[in-house]
Design a protein around this ligand. Structure first.
Ligand code: HEC
Length: 116
């Protein structure tokens, strides 16, 4: 089941849609605090709206920020695949590629083997 693609809408509308979904999923969560966190925590760059829209449906972006120091590109690939396959996240392969690229660029640890 594919939801409206937020990339065609403006980012705030996409975020609102994601938050509506998140709200539906967890009625107990304080909506406004969650909204501000989701908006402020991720580095604003191409892909950040997509990541926010796809990932805060189930949990806050704290999960991303907390895992940033330990995950390189392959780590993020594994995490996003786990969210899709194990957690049933509704993310298409194209969106997953964009999300991994964004996470690696902004929240990726340098690969240990990489030396000048
Ligand atoms: C369908 C619900 C769902 C969606 C959508 C989702 N997650 Fe998760 N995520 C979870 C659950 C549940 C956990 C807790 C898993 C655990 O404790 O083992 C989790 C845990 C995590 C963790 C902690 C490390 C780990 O592997 O458990 C990270 C990082 C993470 N998610 C990133 C993401 C990212 C990035 C996205 C968007 C691409 C995303 N999640 C979308 C459900 C989801």
């Amino acid at each position: 089941m594919r939801m409206h693609d937020p990339r065609t809408a403006n980012p705030r509308a996409a975020l609102a849609a994601a938050l509506a979904a998140a709200l539906a999923a967890s009625v107990a969560a304080p909506p406004l605090a969650h909204a501000d966190e989701a908006t402020l925590r991720l580095v604003a760059a191409p892909g950040s709206e997509l990541v926010t829209a796809r990932c805060v449906v189930c949990h806050s972006v704290d999960y991303i920020v907390m895992n940033a120091p330990i995950q390189g590109r392959s780590g993020w690939e594994a995490t996003v695949n786990k969210m899709i396959k194990v957690m049933q996240a509704p993310i298409t392969p194209e969106d997953a590629a964009t999300i991994v690229g964004y996470l690696d660029a902004h929240y990726g640890a340098p690969p240990p083997a990489k030396r000048p």
